[in-house]
Design a protein around this ligand. Structure first.
Ligand code: CA
Length: 226
């Protein structure tokens, strides 16, 4: 398996170097950016496996970057802040960061947190089928629910595959649209709603007693499995 790549976004070179050394010693690959305005481009160009994101940066700050990122990506994010009081406020904003670390930190602690996130993700991927009752065959673009194949259009397939990647996570309509279509497509939020409606019908045919796809008022959708 290729080494996982961590993108370190940090404007203090000494801290970035320290993090990089420790992460590399733990067999991760690293790359480093010191300016907030370059992060989204860099991720779109080459997606790392995890983003270690400092809050206070020249250019776009960590908050803005995290919000922009969540419109198109599920990339795990660890947010780094210099103030412990900030963490409560950040949590309240529901940015979709996977973890928060306060400066000054021990680099060992950072490596440990990174490993925890990857373990959690591996767990989700490996257990996806038994845990959710779904199996996803990416090559055939086929999803089975409780062993029965679902007859899905390509868009319904993509939508359900996205929701299944992280059961319980809320996806905004914008985020789903961005992942479903190329950016220049002229499609409205409504098209997501209609795909969801069709998906629900197809899922209800197999599991009539369960609501699998939940609407989050004013935001979007999530998939919940028991
Ligand atoms: Ca900083």
């Amino acid at each position: 398996m290729p080494a996982k790549e961590i993108l370190i976004v940090e404007d203090e070179p000494k801290i970035a170097q320290l993090l990089s050394d420790y992460l590399q010693a733990a067999s991760f690959q690293t790359r480093w950016l010191d300016h907030g305005d370059r992060v989204i481009d860099s991720i779109q160009h080459a997606t790392p496996d995890l983003l270690l994101l400092d809050l206070m940066l020249p250019g776009k700050d960590g908050l803005t970057i995290c919000q922009e990122l969540r419109r198109f990506s599920d990339l795990p994010v660890i947010m780094v802040t210099a103030r412990v009081e900030e963490i409560d406020r950040l949590l309240g904003l529901e940015l979709g960061a996977d973890d928060y670390i306060c400066k000054p930190f021990s680099p060992r602690e950072v490596v440990a947190r990174v490993k925890v996130i990857f373990r959690r993700l591996d767990c989700l991927i490996n257990q996806a089928s038994p845990k959710t009752g779904f199996t996803v065959d990416e090559e055939r673009m086929q999803i089975r629910c409780a062993g029965q194949p679902l007859d899905l259009t390509p868009n319904e397939y993509r939508l359900l595959a996205i929701l299944l990647k992280r059961p319980g996570r809320v996806y905004s309509r914008d985020a789903l649209l961005d992942q479903l279509y190329d950016t220049d497509h002229d499609v409205s939020d409504r098209s997501i709603d209609s795909h969801i409606k069709n998906l629900r019908k197809k899922l209800a045919a197999i599991k009539p007693d369960q609501t699998l796809i939940h609407s989050i008022y004013g935001v979007g959708y999530k998939l919940e499995v028991e």
